[in-house]
Design a protein around this ligand. Structure first.
Ligand code: MN3
Length: 199
């Protein structure tokens, strides 16, 4: 298989109490795994359609492939930008950039939370860096990523599909965002992404 479900660098229970082991296990071993399986199955179907010269089928399969690969990549970023030792505030250049572009860390927190919470339907909340170096909070729908918009580099993302929080928080998406920002953000990883984007 071309795509593989990555192992997490922590156990399913390690993000408690912010996110329960039940959610993390379902989210990783079922939801994320379904994107990986979907991508691999679609690749096989594409091979068959190409071999058969079935150009009508190829267009639809390419869309399905893009959706599944994107879902796989988004979840891989999400797991990596979470940490059992996460939360708090970043330091160094990233902290300075956040203070400069949002006014303060608290103002950033407010903006990131608000942007993520108000994502229409299923999607993802983001902190991205623009081509001019400025930082911005945004959201994308379904399996959309900021990479498709010119000059935007993802630094941090939060999955706001209901499967990411519903068992623990029911419809209280703001409570999930609060727990995410206060306890789970792996700022070391986000700082690495910022360094790479800035280099
Ligand atoms: Mn998800």
């Amino acid at each position: 298989a071309t795509y593989q479900l990555p192992d997490l660098s922590y156990d399913y229970a390690d993000l408690e109490p912010a996110i329960s082991a039940e959610i993390v296990e379902l989210h990783h071993s079922k939801h994320h795994a379904a994107y990986v399986a979907g991508a691999n199955t679609t690749l096989d179907k594409l091979d068959q359609a190409r071999a058969a010269g079935d150009f009508g089928a190829i267009v639809g399969l390419e869309k399905t492939l893009a959706f599944n690969v994107s879902g796989h990549v988004l979840h891989s970023i999400y797991w990596t930008n979470l940490s059992p030792d996460g939360g708090g505030e970043p330091d160094g250049d990233l902290a300075s950039a956040i203070a400069e572009d949002f006014g303060s860390f608290d103002a950033f927190k407010e903006k990131f939370t608000q942007t993520s919470v108000t994502t229409f339907g299923s999607g993802w909340g983001w902190l991205v860096q623009n081509a001019d170096g400025s930082l911005e909070c945004m959201s994308t729908s379904n399996a959309g990523t900021p990479i498709t918009e010119a000059g935007k580099t993802p630094l941090l993302t939060c999955d706001v599909w209901e499967h990411a929080y519903y068992i623990d928080y029911r419809n209280a998406r703001p409570k999930y965002l609060e727990a995410f920002v206060d306890n789970l953000v792996n700022w070391e990883y986000v700082a690495q992404m910022y360094e790479q984007a800035t280099a």
